[in-house]
Design a binder for this molecule. Structure first.
Ligand SMILES: [Zn+2]
Length: 411
């Protein structure tokens, strides 16, 4: 079906042979996606075209099936859509509504302006109605927000209760931490730390990273420093594993495992520190109390025993020979002897201690050691305190002083 011009009384269609030739134009589109201004202008333009045609069946929403011919435009075609002041912005000629068809452009413009004004008033009214209905929407929106806020408030109350419970749990855990032994708290009390471990915090802190490089934690929840604390307390105080387990709130078996792995690791780290120094170094570091006959003392030597618990409730004893400089540096530790039948002389000979001595070396000891013959063979001397003479000279403190001054030595 051939489309014809929709203007009342025109009926021109594309098949007609007109001079000049006619052109046909679709109603303008309403461009809603190019911003508010373009949307407004194009909307008003379509309204203007519908109003110009002024037919009941041609409405704003039904224009797609209608066309308008070039007879109804002054310049024979519509102007650019944004030129809303142009006479050809909408059809204006031969509209078939009974008005004189020779309206001048000025008269037409006046009419069009009046119509545009009416359109604008109608749009303003519509806008006001939208605003009023918008107010109702706002109230509904506030009600929705109120419900959402109430819901959020309930969730926050639940979250707060959960956090309070967690806080109480952490407080309990913290209280528990305070009640058990830990290096974290002990390091602030040098006296207690030294009593428990024999070390100052400076030495302890130096040792922790060195040993941590070569040994892993036995218990993942016990810190490295507390592993060391446990092992040192075991060595210093000789506490049983269950006792340490109660103090640190872990199973005694874990204490056993810690000692079995960490003591060899400690030995690996610390054994290089046990070295035999030169005679010059010893003399330079001797305390001032070492004067007179004991000034050249190179080593204070002694034996000691360590009692070792065994799984079958019996005990073993290990004997050791230990040597130290007068300044207190440990310079020799023998391997342990676990045989009660082995004499001190045998222990000392097998330890290799005598091989370190040179002629004229002077050793001190506080008890009789049966190695005088071995020392005589290399020209070294071992002095022991003359107990009988020393005791006559007064208090223990004074006796010790005299003992060190060599006033009561016997060979
Ligand atoms: Zn027409």
């Amino acid at each position: 079906m051939t489309q014809s011009c929709c203007v009342l009384g025109c009926h021109k269609d594309r098949r007609g042979n007109f001079t000049p030739p006619l052109r046909f134009f679709s109603f303008p589109s309403w461009k809603q996606k190019q911003g508010a201004y373009v949307s407004d202008v194009t909307r008003r333009r379509r309204l203007a075209w519908v109003a110009a045609v002024n037919r009941t069946n041609v409405t704003f929403d039904s224009v797609s099936k209608y066309i308008v011919c070039s007879r109804h435009f002054i310049k024979g075609k519509p102007s650019y859509e944004m030129f809303d002041q142009d006479p050809d912005w909408a059809p204006s000629l031969h509209l078939g509504h009974g008005e004189p068809q020779s309206d001048s452009p000025v008269k037409f413009e006046k009419k069009r302006c009046m119509k545009t004004k009416r359109d604008e008033e109608r749009m303003a009214k519509q806008k006001l109605e939208n605003m009023i209905s918008g107010d109702n929407f706002d109230i509904t929106d506030l009600q929705v927000q109120h419900v959402q806020l109430l819901k959020a408030f309930g969730e926050m109350q639940t979250e707060a209760a959960k956090l309070r419970a967690e806080n109480e749990k952490f407080e309990d855990a913290l209280q528990s931490d305070f009640s058990k032994l830990s290096y974290r708290f002990l390091k602030c009390d040098e006296e207690q730390l030294q009593f428990l471990t024999g070390l100052h915090s400076v030495t302890f802190d130096w040792l922790v990273p060195k040993i941590s490089r070569i040994i892993f934690r036995v218990h993942p929840e016990v810190k490295q420093q507390d592993h060391l604390l446990i092992v040192l307390m075991k060595l210093k105080l000789g506490l049983c594993d269950d006792d340490l387990g109660y103090r640190f709130q872990i199973h005694g078996g874990i204490i056993t495992a810690m000692c079995q792995t960490w003591i060899p690791a400690l030995a690996a780290v610390l054994s290089p520190l046990v070295a035999w120094p030169s005679q010059d170094a010893i003399v330079k570091t001797n305390p001032s109390i070492f004067t007179g006959g004991v000034r050249q003392c190179c080593c204070i030597v002694d034996t000691f025993e360590v009692t070792i618990a065994t799984p079958n409730a019996t005990t073993k004893v290990a004997s050791y020979l230990i040597g130290a400089t007068p300044a207190g540096a440990i310079t020799f530790v023998s391997l342990g002897s676990f045989s009660r039948k082995k004499s001190d002389r045998q222990l000392i000979r097998e330890s290799g201690f005598v091989d370190l001595l040179k002629p004229k070396d002077l050793l001190l000891t506080n008890k009789t050691l049966p190695i005088q013959k071995d020392l005589d063979a290399i020209g070294a001397t071992l002095l022991t305190p003359d107990v009988a003479k020393g005791k006559k000279s007064g208090s223990t403190k004074r006796w010790t002083f005299l003992w060190l001054c060599g006033a009561t030595w016997r060979r």
